[in-house]
Design a protein around this ligand. Sequence first.
Ligand SMILES: C[S@@+](CC[C@H](N)C(=O)[O-])C[C@H]1O[C@@H](n2cnc3c(N)ncnc32)[C@H](O)[C@@H]1O
Length: 284
Amino acid sequence: MNINTAIQNAFLDLKRKNIKSALLDCEILMSQALNQHRSKVILNLDRQLNNKDYKVFRKLITSRLKNKPIAYLIGKKSFWKYEFEINDKVLIPRPDTELIIEQVLDVYKNKHNINFLEIGVGSGCIILSILKEKKSFFGKGVDLSKDSIKICKKNAINLNVSNRLKLFKSDIDNFNLGKYDLIISNPPYIKKFDLKNLDKDVFNYEPKLALDGGLDGLSEIRKVVRLSSELIKLNGKLIIEIAHDQKEMVKKMLNDNGFYVNKVAKDLANKNRCIVSTKIKFIN
Ligand SMILES: C[S@@+](CC[C@H](N)C(=O)[O-])C[C@H]1O[C@@H](n2cnc3c(N)ncnc32)[C@H](O)[C@@H]1O
């Protein structure tokens, strides 16, 4: 069988399962099976597939038919300007989260030697992208998941920023190290009872620890604001990602904890997604 026929058959299988971007998925999985760039696969559709490669391809398609996300099947995901190694123990980096990087670069355009903390590093997509962009910044990262810490460390080595990074496996509630100019976080913020309504790709495969924001979706955000309030310097910035319908509640939470809200940035779908705030007073 040639590559084209294998892709077309798999495409029909994915289509029948209503999997969006079925053709793209097949091409990506074929390039994974052949360990070749997608463009090379597309330019060689007439090439015959050997048995071994065909089996690998069909195994990947079978997993995709069970809704396993492409990023977990190929073990990587692009975010900002970089590629991150991932596995199914960490959240797949989302394009909307790049808003945090944009805000950081905007706020700290001409600033150097910033000491910052990320709460909930996951794959490291946020903290490592910032360290890549700002060569004089120092980052600390905390995550409750040891798998996240492990993969973030690996990505830091791949991106050559380990010398400006310290990672801690800890619950937000038990972390109390340092004082920071900037704190960033993309915390879990989905309401517990809404989790089951997520796409099957997400609900069945992505770690609940990275998604579950408790009964009202705000339990981890509350912890992030409380911890940040203690660990941030006066005039330091707190930049957090939120769900589109949490703006007012999080603004109030920030104000109650001595933060001034500078900006609410919108995501690619024009929904409120990221809040930039400044610590203006300490509250006893
Ligand atoms: C939404 S994910 C964000 C991951 C990554 N920063 C990103 O944007 O792709 C939230 C992260 O917070 C971590 N987390 C959840 N609850 C936590 C807690 N109580 N203490 C520390 N980390 C926690 C999860 O393990 C997960 O890696």
